[in-house]
Design a protein around this ligand. Structure first.
Ligand code: MLT
Length: 417
């Protein structure tokens, strides 16, 4: 008889956003008249920028002609896109990368989930808590997480709590992990680390021989000068960090799909004989075996993001989302709620009032005001007592959501407390 991968059976019933979608659909079916506003999953609402659309059309036309048709492309991505990334995203920040240190893909979610495959099965993994669930779930699937305890913690994972008490700045791990996932600007809390705060982690990783998997999917939303956009702005990070980037939120590619991973040649880990091995060739081996590359037309579209026009257009969309974030911050604060994040990131993290647990707050917001958000507990045990709203909703929806909150008055009225 075939056996399933038993690790999958350890996973909680469904992925967080599927569970939210299930609950919202059930509510909508029972209340078809309810006009729901969805500020739950961080999905963009602005259409693709005109420069991207034009590049897509041109690339499609190329595919119609034998002379310009493209079949399989390089698994690592086309050099026209890799070079644009090096020149625009990294060089201006003093970071020199070679072309074969960048791997184009169809999404940061798959990249962060897949990367663990090239690491030892017994590696000890540390995550900040709350955390983007993909880091945890992919390690559960690989059998690295141990067992899920009644407190919502996996027995083999190291948790670094990020709460209002520590200003959402994780402490260095007390127990040395092999791998450390960091996401800044953070999903879900919308908070950031300053240069010196991130430098502490790089220093720690160098001293303890850890690998940092740095998710920088939200770097384009940074507004303040003292927040690093790339971990490679920190000295020594090339030896210990892999960075994940995405066009999803930056340029509206959540449906189109394009992202990339930076694996500097210096990043190494030990094999069973204790010999240091570079991760770059291992990731290359993994990608060339399991992946045939992001579609040509999508990579052409991504390259158009780096044109002058494309840059101005994505900046306008990002500015619009950050204006939504400011509206949400103000609206919630006026309702007497404690608000975090939303200054350098498109997520607003709020403390659920009156000691309410985050799923009860979710139900309250849904049933009383018709608003959908994400319960903090879905992101990990330290997310309990918090709630996330996204700034990616349209302007009208965001304003309507805040109008409903304002008209409902102080939270104690509409929370039924
Ligand atoms: C989120 O809402 O956390 C994001 O949309 C998840 C993702 O990017 O996969």
């Amino acid at each position: 008889m075939v056996h399933v991968n038993d690790n999958y059976l350890k996973l909680p019933g469904s992925y967080l956003f599927s569970e939210i979608s299930r609950r919202v659909s059930a509510y909508q079916a029972a209340h078809p008249e309810a006009k729901l506003i969805r500020l739950g999953i961080g999905d963009v609402t602005q259409p693709l920028p005109p420069a991207v659309i034009r590049a897509l059309h041109e690339a499609v036309d190329e595919q119609a002609c034998a002379k310009t048709f493209k079949g399989y492309g390089p698994e690592q991505g086309y050099s026209f896109l890799i070079d644009a990334i090096r020149e625009h995203d990294f060089l201006p920040r003093g970071i020199e990368l070679s072309g074969d240190e960048i791997f184009i893909s169809d999404g940061a979610k798959c990249d962060v989930a897949n990367f663990q495959e090239i690491l030892g099965g017994d590696s000890v993994v540390a995550v900040t808590d709350p955390v983007y669930p993909v880091y945890v779930d992919s390690n559960v699937m690989a059998g690295r997480a141990g067992e899920l305890g009644p407190d919502g913690r996996w027995s083999r994972l190291v948790y670094l709590p990020c709460t209002a008490e520590n200003n959402f700045i994780p402490a260095l791990p007390e127990k040395r992990p092999d791998v450390l996932y960091l996401c800044f600007p953070n999903n879900p809390t919308g908070t950031t680390l300053k240069y010196d705060e991130l430098a502490r982690f790089v220093e720690y990783a160098r001293e303890k021989e850890c690998l940092i998997l740095f998710d920088a999917a939200y770097e384009a939303f940074i507004q303040e000068d003292d927040v690093p956009h790339s971990i490679y702005e920190i000295e020594g990070a090339r030896e210990v960090a892999v960075e994940f980037r995405s066009f999803s939120k930056t340029a509206g590619f959540t449906g189109l799909r394009c992202a990339f991973v930076v694996v500097p040649k210096e990043v190494r880990a030990r094999d069973a004989q204790n010999t240091l091995r570079a991760l770059n060739p291992l990731w290359n081996r993994r990608q060339t075996t399991k992946y045939n590359g992001c579609p040509y037309i999508v990579q052409k579209a991504a390259a158009a993001v780096y044109t002058k026009e494309g840059q101005a257009q994505i900046r306008a969309a990002i500015d619009g989302y950050m204006e939504n974030a400011a509206l949400i911050r103000t609206g919630l604060a006026e309702s007497g709620l404690q608000v975090y994040g939303g200054v350098n990131a498109p997520y607003i993290w709020l403390k659920t009032p009156g000691d309410m647990d985050s799923w009860t707050f979710f139900e309250s917001l849904l049933t009383r005001l018709g608003l959908v958000g994400t319960p903090g507990a879905g992101f990990g045990p330290s997310g309990e007592g918090y709630f996330r709203l996204t700034a990616f909703g349209g302007r009208e929806n965001t304003m309507e959501a805040m109008r409903r909150i304002r008209e409902a008055g102080h939270w104690s009225v509409w929370c039924g407390k």
